[in-house]
Design a protein around this ligand. Sequence first.
Ligand SMILES: C[S@@+](CC[C@H](N)C(=O)[O-])C[C@H]1O[C@@H](n2cnc3c(N)ncnc32)[C@H](O)[C@@H]1O
Length: 231
Amino acid sequence: MNHALFLERFQQRFSPAVASQPSPALEDPELRRLFDPCPEVQGMSSPKKLRLLNLAYGLLPPGEAWLEIGTFHGKSLIATLAGQPARPCYACDDFSQFGDHGNTLATLRANLAAHQLADRVNFFHGDFRRCLTEQHVYHPVGGYFFDGPHDYASQYDALRLVEPLLADEALVIVDDWRRADDSGSEAKAASEDWMARSTRRWRTLMELPARYNGDQAMWWNGLGVLWCSKS
Ligand SMILES: C[S@@+](CC[C@H](N)C(=O)[O-])C[C@H]1O[C@@H](n2cnc3c(N)ncnc32)[C@H](O)[C@@H]1O
């Protein structure tokens, strides 16, 4: 994916104020529904984050794939694909977390089907480390959204293992970028360590902020928007 085009479209879609400050209208659940392509689907995403994913997916060139790790009920995935031309799409969850929120394969499948997306997603049910191989992901990945476990070792592996699967130029979006006690995420530290060690070119394009974990008026728990190039 062309990162210059992504940055241009991002700036058109999100003014500097919207990108960096809370949007008061999004604090209101009723108004928030207006910006949500699947308000009935439970999720861990804010409207800005959903729009960003949709924007990025829409810029994938033909032949490049989208890959999401950590689908939960499918909210981020449905919002990513909504209204955009079809591209190869892979997703993975092992449903090891949030069982008390009905986090099951059946729930995900029902939500994808309700949005006519069941046939658009190659889903891997299991640990993301087993999913990140050419046997399971067989198109070059131009857009990667990682919203799986954010402990240090998992996040490090999330970038290390995906790297051989990436297209020549890829956009990598990491959730829970914000480090604080309310989430304990090591996403930023582990990602930066891998980026420093890798032999490919990595760059942090943007750090999109949140005030707390679950910030609906900002970027949920913060996002790191990264870029990886083979040359
Ligand atoms: C924060 S939730 C994802 C939220 C979702 N992206 C959304 O916006 O609604 C994290 C998900 O990662 C999954 N997960 C945790 N560890 C995993 C692992 N090792 N492999 C695959 N999925 C995992 C959990 O089961 C959970 O559904």
